[in-house]
Ligand binder design. Sequence first.
Ligand code: G6P
Ligand code: ZN
Length: 544
Amino acid sequence: MSLRRIATTPFADQKPGTSGLRKKVTVFQQPHYVENFVQAIFDVLGEKRNGATLVVGGDGRFLNREVVQTTLKIAAANGFARILVGQGGLLSTPAASNLIRISGAIGGVVLSASHNPGGPDGDFGIKFNAANGGPAPEEITGAIFRRASAITGYAMMEVPDLDLDQLGEQRLGDCLIQVVDPVADYAVMMRKLVDFDALAELFAGGFRMQFDAMSAITGPYAKAILENTLRAAPGTVRNGTPLPDFGGHHPDPNPVHAAELMEAMMRADAPDFGAASDGDGDRNMIVAPGLFVTPSDSLAILAAHAHRAPGYARGLSGVARSMPTSRAVDRVAKALGIPCYETPTGWKFFGNLLDSGRITLCGEESAGTGSDHVREKDGLWAVLLWLNILAATGQRADALVRDHWARFGRDYYTRHDYEEVDAAAANGLMQALRAQLPTLPGKTFGGLTVSECDDFAYTDPVDGSVTEQQGVRILFAEDARAVFRLSGTGTVGATLRVYLERFEPDPARHALETQAVLAPVIAAAGEIAGIARHTGRDAPSVVT
Ligand code: G6P
Ligand code: ZN
């Protein structure tokens, strides 16, 4: 067994985005591409990696096994004393976050492109999570990019591939490799947070549920917890085996990509509850019988009822949402008398708020919800907390949602995505929009009057760091809002996201069709931003 140093030249495009380095599989398949980036991560850790523990695992997508092997061999040549790796190279993102925290690791290398499609023509990703279990903050990802852009070599153990399927310990040079059950520690944590006895009773009473794992990582987690531990009926978990290409699914839990689940939940004989998760297990989708629950509403409902679960019985210290997420949770926070923070898009911005104890719960419109139990969003956790609330209230999920609206009002919400737009055109649209901001207040578009607008900037209350240009917000006097930003996770061209919402306090108007209610806001947004003119598109590619 020998340690080899291999000379290399940098790639110019290894800049991590909203959530790690995410590219087409073919990009990662270039010789030295993975090696360079992984070595750059370890270089940024510096001396601290000597003798440290590292966590490695991914969502099982195409290339996962190969990149796990490469990462282990580079890590072992770079001074780590111990590496925890999920069996089969698998770890869901929230389980990786938990493992980092409970093992005292210096961080983790998490392999995933989240909800992006997998397979040879799909996407792959490498993300570094820090010692708190959360995505590395921008100063670290920036340093990784700088290092990767100037890298001259990497160190690697020259050994045959390790056996990742056998639980237990093996040595790789001076480094101890521990292959661990990817589910076990996660399940232990969930048992502390939610009332497993109440959930088991719920299922024993005939409660029917459908969980769509979308042939991605949450299958083994959901089967172990829902079916084997809580005794939900066999078959509750659909598409429960992780596949390298996710069975051709687009593993993004939304009404468009989880169409089969949506259809089942809209039927007269719908199960009592429907849920889905994404490629790496951090996102969630919640569907009540006959009613899709928007992620923004789900966050608000969880905030209002979390105290019913043992892990949150003492109440919440505060909550946070990303800026484009609807303001539904703000109303709950106000009623609870707790602070509500508005952060830029990206889970990493919740890290300081969670670490400092300012918030207990947080979430995003992009199907992410989480709490201070880990430093990632957590799909299955959200589902279990929902179940705990249903068990504790004895209410049907749809009734719970309607009661919530009756009490707090309803924030009608939709997101329109324009995918694979020419990058220059998309940037042009955003620039023109920013340039217009000073002139907009007081102007009327299709009956809606702009009251305020800005380009969202965030000052982190913990470390004082400022993050600018996080999306254009346009508030209308009619209690409506339009938000524009470019996606930070796409891999082809640019994706323009337009987030549209309108508040409706009157319960008599809570059962209307979302797109119809929002039609004036959609029209005003289109006109203000000149979407058709800049993008050449007369309709969004995805509406959720
Ligand atoms: C990832 C992050 C989320 C973020 C989302 C935004 O999933 O983990 O925290 O909300 O990206 O994606 P976008 O494509 O809108 O930049
Ligand atoms: Zn994800």
